[in-house]
Design a protein around this ligand. Sequence first.
Ligand code: NAD
Length: 265
Amino acid sequence: MKSPSDAGPDPSAPSAGGRALNGRTALVTGGGSGIGRACAEALAEAGALVHIVDRDAEAAKAVAADTGGVSHAVDLADTGAIDRLPADVDILVNNAGLQHVSAIEDFPPDRFELMQKVMLTAPFLLIRHCLPHMYAGGWGRVVNISSMHGLRASPFKSAYVAAKHGLEGLSKVAALEGARHGVTSNCVNPGYVRTPLVEGQIAAQAAAHGIPAEEVVSDVLLDRSAIKRLIEPEEVAAVCVWLCGPDTGYITGSSLPVDGGWGAA
Ligand code: NAD
C-alpha cells in the first residue's frame, strides 16, 4: 500500500478546481517584512489563509490586511509565546531571522544566544507545535528559509552561520520523520536578497570601508555570484509556494539554492 508521501499528486487535495492552496492554512514567521512578507503574499495569492507572525505588530497587521490573513504580534525569542500560536496549520514557513556581524572574540554572547533562539529553537518549537495537525491530515509542508550560509561559512557571521547550519539539520530530521505522514520539510537557501536585513548590512559596510553602497553590492556581496544583481524577495517566495504546491511531494530533506551561482563558484 502506498504511504501518503509516495502517493504522488493528490487529485482530492484542496487544489482541485481552484488555486493550488485553496483550503490550506499557512503560518509565516517574520511575515511583516522582506522575504516573509513576500511568502505571505504569494501563499495568499495561491489561495491559503495565512497567519503572519512578527514581533513588529504594525508590520504584521499591515500584511494581514493586504493578504486577508491573521496577524500575531509575537517575539519568537519568547519561547513560551509559541504555544499560543495556532497549531492547525498545513504549511509552516520558518523565516524570521536577524543578523549580527562581528569577529568571534568580540561577538556578544547574549546576541549569539538570541539568534539561536529566533532562528533555530523557534523553528524547532513551531515544527513540534504544528506537526500533530499535519500528521492528522496526512499532508504538510515545512519550508525553512535558510541561507547559503546554511551550507557555507563566511567570517564574522558565527551566530548566523551556526543557526542556519542547525536549521539545515533540523529540516532534514523533520523530513525523515514526516515522510510517512505526507509531510515534507525543505530548506530554501538564498544568496543576497533585496530586503531591509541586507540593506542594513550594505549601509554598515559602506560606512566601514568608506565606499559607495553600489560598490558594496557589486564588489563585496556579489563578488562570488555569477548573476550580478540582488535577488528579489518574490523570487524566493515563488520557490516557497512551489514547494507547497501539487508537484513537489517527492522533494523532501532538500536544500534549494536560490543564489545566482554563488555556491557554484
Ligand atoms: P527582514 O529583516 O526584512 O525581515 C525579518 C523579519 O523577521 C522582520 O519582520 C522582523 O521583525 C522579524 N523578526 C526578527 N526577529 C524576530 C523575533 N524575535 N520574533 C518575531 N519576528 C522577528 O529580513 P529578510 O531579509 O526578509 O530575512 C528573512 C529570512 O531570510 C531570515 O531568516 C534571513 O536569515 C533569511 N535570508 C535572508 C537573506 C537576505 O539576503 N535578505 C539571504 C538569505 C537568507
